[in-house]
Structure formats: structure tokens, C-alpha cells
Design a protein around this ligand. Structure first.
Ligand code: 13P
Ligand code: SF4
Length: 329
């Protein structure tokens, strides 16, 4: 639900309905107060709030103007008319927004909200990979730093990775830094993928056992995985896709029991959209995403911190790689 001042009361009623499963009445009161303050400041300062699908329900439904996966939010960041972008997600997402919208002030509520994939590789590592594999095209997952984007030919997200790999003009592709995403893409392309041993600390925890156990305990269950899960896990599930594609799949599915192999808040958010579905919990939390809370968001808006900046030479090169992705998407 989009938050505006005009429908404040209806917005809070709707939010309270969505979060009552996860919160006590006292907590709901204080959440409503913070949400109101955020909405007022947001309006006053002409801020757009972009919220990733892994935000907790209070942030996701309470204060986000737009929600979605990495691809959808990158597109929103590129086209917004707001003066300030507040990114409720992790650091590389806010950095991507700054690369695409250099004239905007881009804020994140906690600078420590990182990502195990982004931390797994440096610009120097990419330069070495290019040296070792002459002629290969570098397709880099958006979960990386601006410096790594700047060394890349084209960026991809989990929503468009197969399409981007299949569309580049070389049969040899360096696909970094997520080894499992590359493994899942490799199943759908004839190109030779050169990989890097980066992993998502959340999705690497899912095992084949989790899938087998769920099928035994819940006959007829539909299991959906994020492509950051190991290829041995995704080969056993009913559908693999980005966080937004997972939502679409849930919407179209007629299943009674659904299990999502992804970050906890994704199922929490979908639970209130689809009350008739029984979401079976295999919850894994991303400690980085969970650093973004309503009180930190309020503080961020009040003090206009923490501001994201990217050196101009890196930004322009990173933007080229992102623009190529957006052209394809
Ligand atoms: P998507 O929302 O693009 O599927 O990404 C998931 C993720 O892990 C982001 O950190
Ligand atoms: Fe990074 Fe995984 Fe957390 Fe996404 S869920 S931010 S990929 S560590």
C-alpha cells in the first residue's frame, strides 16, 4: 500500500491489520507513531522511500512508496523525481540508486547493512579474472560494490540473469560473484560460465534435506526458491525466481501449503497478502537487511544521514554497466 498523508488513517488501519500477527498492541501504538512521523518528514522533504522485499512488514507496508526486487527498485531509482531517495535495503542497493541518480541525495538508515556477496570480491579480483580470461564478457550480479560494477561489462539481477547472459556477444562469460546463481544460470545456457566462490550467507543455508522433509511432511506442498540457493536445491523445487517473481508465482499458484526458500520477511509480507495460504516456515534471516528498522529510518530522515557517495570516475563506469542491463530489461 502506498503511503500518503491523505489516507493516513486508512493507511495505519491497514498496516495494523498486516502486522498484528507479529506485534503486541503496545508495540503497534509505538509503530504507528513512528510511521506517522516518517510520513510527515517524507512529505516535507520530498523523499521517495524504496523498500526491498526483505524489509520487515512494518517497514515494507508502513513507509515504502515502492517495494520490489533489486531490478524493480533500480528502475524506480533511475526515474524518480524526488529530491531524496531513502533506500530501505542494503548498502549496494543504495549505492546503485546513487550511480543511477547522481543529482539526488541518497540515504540509507544504517551503513552497516552490507551483503556477504558484495564483500566476497574486489575490483582488483575482477581485473585479475579479466587478465586470466581474455575475450570473456563480465556479467556481474547487482549484489556487488560500485568498484566491482565499474570493472564489469554488464550487470544482472536474479530476475534477468539468464536473459543477460544469453544476450552478450561472447560464448565465454565471467559470471560473478555468486557461484550458486551462476550454477543455476549454467543450467539454462550453452555459454561457458567462469565463476567466483561468493555466496549469499542466507540462501546457502538451505539444503536438499529441507526440501525432502517438507515434501514428506506436507504432501502437495509447493516449494519456491531464490536462485541464490545451491543448484542441487533448486533442481528439487517447483519454481526458482527473484523475490518479485516469487510473489507472482504465489499469486498464480492455487497451492494450500507453500514454502519459500528465502529470507524470513518475504513470507511474513506475503502472509498478509494471501491469508488463505499456509506458509511453511524455514526461516533464514539476513542480518544485514534486519539492520534497517523504523526508528533508524526516522533518524535517517531527520538528520539526512547516512548519505551515500560514489567517486565520479567509478560512478560513470559503473553506470555504463547498469545502463546496459536496463536496456536489456
Ligand atoms: P532480488 O530481490 O533481486 O531477488 O534479490 C534478493 C537478494 O538477496 C537481495 O539481497
Ligand atoms: Fe546479501 Fe544474501 Fe542478505 Fe541478500 S539476503 S543482502 S544476498 S546476504
Amino acid at each position: 500500500m502506498k503511503a500518503t498523508v491523505e489516507n493516513r488513517k486508512a493507511h495505519l488501519d491497514e498496516l495494523n491489520r498486516r502486522i498484528e500477527k507479529f506485534t503486541t498492541p503496545d508495540e503497534i501504538d509505538s509503530i504507528d507513531k513512528i510511521v506517522e512521523e516518517i510520513l510527515e518528514l517524507k512529505e516535507k522533504k520530498n523523499v521517495v522511500i524504496l523498500g526491498h522485499n526483505y524489509m520487515t512488514p512494518d517497514v515494507f507496508y508502513g513507509v515504502s512508496d515502492f517495494t520490489g526486487d533489486s531490478l524493480a527498485l533500480a528502475k524506480k531509482a533511475a526515474e524518480t523525481k524526488a529530491d531524496i531517495i531513502l533506500f530501505d535495503g542494503v548498502h549496494f542497493m543504495a549505492e546503485t540508486a546513487k550511480i543511477l541518480s547522481p543529482d539526488k541525495k541518497v540515504l540509507i538508515a544504517d551503513l552497516e547493512a552490507g551483503c556477504s556477496l558484495a564483500e566476497s570480491i574486489s575490483g582488483a579480483d575482477v581485473r585479475q579474472l579479466k587478465k586470466d580470461n581474455p575475450g570473456a564478457i563480465v556479467v556481474t550480479y547487482i549484489n556487488c560494490t560500485a568498484e566491482v560494477k565499474a570493472e564489469s561489462d554488464v550487470i544482472c539481477t536474479s530476475a534477468n540473469a539468464v536473459k543477460i547472459v544469453n544476450s552478450v556477444k561472447s560464448d565465454k562469460v565471467i559470471m560473478i560473484p555468486d557461484e550458486y546463481l551462476a550454477g543455476n544460470v549454467q543450467k539454462e545456457t550453452d555459454k561457458k560460465l567462469i565463476t567466483w566462490p561468493g555466496k549469499c550467507m542466507v540462501h546457502e543455508l538451505y539444503t536438499e534435506e529441507d526440501v525432502k522433509l517438507a515434501r514428506k511432511n506436507y504432501p502437495g506442498i509447493v516449494i519456491i526458491a531464490h536462485p541464490e540457493c545451491h543448484p542441487d536445491v533448486t533442481k528439487l523445487v517447483d519454481y526458482t525466481g527473484s523475490t518479485s517473481k516469487m510473489s507472482q508465482f504465489v499469486e498464480e499458484s492455487k497451492a494450500k501449503d507453500i514454502m519459500l526458500l528465502t529470507e524470513c520477511s518475504m513470507s511474513d509480507n506475503l502472509m498478509s497478502d494471501f491469508p488463505g495460504v499456509n506458509f511453511i516456515s524455514t526461516c533464514q534471516t539476513c542480518p544485514h537487511m534486519k539492520k534497517i528498522t523504523l526508528s533508524k529510518i526516522l533518524n535517517s530522515l531527520k538528520e539526512e544521514k547516512f548519505e551515500i557517495d560514489v567517486p565520479e570516475d567509478i560512478r560513470t563506469r559503473a553506470k555504463k554497466a547498469l545502463d546496459r542491463m536496463l536496456e536489456f530489461s
